[in-house]
Design a protein around this ligand. Structure first.
Ligand code: IPM
Ligand code: MG
Length: 361
């Protein structure tokens, strides 16, 4: 049966980078017998403009029906003055939550060809391979009550709730430990248990989950220290597991260890492994429409999709090898460009074309 993939380009650079990822899927279909059926949908600001809703019912319906979803990015200044309840980001949060995509895998791998593009010294980042496992459908992003209220003295007060139940912590814990079993068998759980009760419970539940995995070593770290350690000695980490908000922040930080946020893919999975795949970066409205965005994070997200949701390991490796080949050949979008022999500064489309050419061999 044909794999059904729903493509949601979104806003800003979303449509440009997704177009390159779709080219990759098309080549896999025509040249390498990938059985795939692509459908398009609206999300974010593009959906607000067309329907008034950042996640139209039709998109959600098609997303439920699809085997996997490929997403670009959402948001931009055009929609920033809208009420928070109907902003583009709400569309993204709602699709994550409606589809129960609680497990967000964000690998931070430094490609050897890009060691020089990192802001850190090459010996600190070369060979880096971290898997950040971010809880994606709970915590302060979704906790109730939330809002902005007016106090009796007329002053406004904003409030959110950081809330986690044992079952939510347990299931993301298992994802992290399972991931570690396939890697270096080390999990570092990141919390702020010295201040926040919700993450005190997080720590306790992680200790409990660890008992099911005697071969995996569990450690705990406060998030402030983790931010520091990630910059100081990032290679000490194997799998990091953390809450929705800490994971959001630490994955942006980790991306810069790899050279550019334009390189990092992600998978957001439900308990059956169905998933949505997106680059970890945002819609970058400042560079949209200029053919300079890096499409590699989205193309690498396609590889994750092939591996995790479509069971196409061979095709996933093809895509990763093609990306590796174009980096070796010196192709660089501006975000990963540094002067040197054989370096070729290219645009979004040329980078996509180079990956396609590498795939064709
Ligand atoms: C991410 C993004 C989103 C998040 C935004 C766009 C809502 O920053 O996927 O990391 O905060 O989760
Ligand atoms: Mg983020």
């Amino acid at each position: 049966m044909s794999n059904k993939v729903l493509v949601l380009p979104g806003d800003g650079i979303g449509p440009e980078i997704v177009a390159e990822a779709v080219k990759v899927l098309d080549v896999l279909a025509t040249e390498f017998d990938l059985d795939i059926n692509l459908d398009n949908g609206l999300i974010g600001g593009a959906a607000i403009d067309a329907t008034g809703n950042p996640l139209p019912d039709e998109t959600l319906k098609n997303a439920r029906y699809a085997d996997a979803i490929l997403l670009g990015a959402v948001g931009g200044p055009k929609w920033e003055s809208l009420d928070i309840a109907i902003r583009p980001e709400k569309g993204l949060l709602k699709i994550r939550s409606e589809l129960d995509l609680f497990a967000n895998l964000r690998p931070a791998l430094t490609a050897p060809q890009l060691v020089e593009a990192s802001a850190l010294r090459s010996e600190v980042v070369s060979g880096l391979d971290i898997m950040i496992v971010r809880e994606l459908t709970g915590g302060i992003y979704f906790g109730q009550p939330r809002g902005i209220r007016e106090l009796e003295n007329g002053e406004k007060q904003g409030f959110n709730t950081l809330i986690y139940s044992e079952s939510e912590i347990r299931r993301i814990g298992h994802v992290a430990f399972e991931a570690a079993m396939k890697r270096d068998r080390r999990v570092c759980s990141i919390d702020k248990a010295n201040v926040l009760e919700a993450t005190e419970l997080w720590r306790d539940v992680m200790d409990e989950v660890a008992k099911d995995y005697p071969d995996v070593e569990l450690s705990h770290m406060y998030v402030d220290n983790a931010a520091m350690q990630l910059v100081r000695t990032p290679k000490q980490f194997d799998v990091m597991v953390t809450t929705n908000m800490f994971g959001d922040i630490l994955s942006d930080l980790a991306s810069m260890l790899t050279g550019s946020i334009g390189m990092l893919p992600s998978a957001s999975l439900d308990k059956e492994g169905k998933g949505m795949y997106e680059p970890i970066h945002g819609s970058a409205p400042d560079i949209a429409g200029q053919n300079i965005a890096n499409p590699l994070a989205t193309i690498l997200s396609v590889a994750m999709m092939l591996r995790y949701s479509l069971g196409e390991e061979k095709q996933a490796e093809r895509v990763e090898q093609a990306v590796d080949a174009v980096l070796t050949a010196g192709y660089r979008t501006p975000d990963i460009y540094s002067e040197g022999e054989g370096m070729r500064k290219v645009g979004t489309i040329e980078m996509g074309d180079a990956v396609v050419a590498a795939l064709k061999g």
